[in-house]
Ligand binder design. Sequence first.
Ligand code: CA
Length: 225
Amino acid sequence: MIYSVEDEADIRDMVLYALRHSGFEAEGFAAAPPFWAACARKLPELVLLDLMLPGENGLSILRRLREQPSTRGIPIILLTAKGTELDRVIGLNEGADDYIAKPFGVLELLARVKALLRRAGPTEKAGRLTAQGLVLDTERRLCTADGASVDLTLKEFEMLRFFMENRGIVLDRERLLSAAWEAAYEGGTRTIDAHVQSLRSKLGAYGSRLQTVRGVGYRFLEENE
Ligand code: CA
């Protein structure tokens, strides 16, 4: 998934059309707030970032992306208008990976995107679930909390994945059992309670997101709860 933050609708539409036509999934945002909301749901593989935006500008977005452990490694290409050379230099110093000067052609854009994704390698590809600083890399089967590695068992990992894919939803013990244990499992639903307890202690501050719903099961709290 590629996110484009661009307030000019014509450019945004052109970028999204070009990316989707080349087989990428892409979403566009006219300003920072909806972009941050989307990041909270799903982190992108790459961000195309316009510098001149209404409200929070591109440099501020760039800095915030680079500050947070969960977004630090996301490749970022700046889109800069003519006459903003200084911003471009600052942006590259602040950790942007590349820039494209406007006006640009779609072929140039696609070439830069593909080159950067190649450079970024498989670690930054899709398959990441995040909740603020909690990151689940479902391809490499790694979990990190605020950048620190969390050692989860296979079942704990599968349960956390199921929780994070269904955040906000109350999940009863039967559903959790079938999510983490593919075949029928005779261990009983109490096993779920033990695994949730273990997950809570391993996840540190994020453990409190696993809320007990008395008499039913558990739910993974959403960001704003
Ligand atoms: Ca702009």
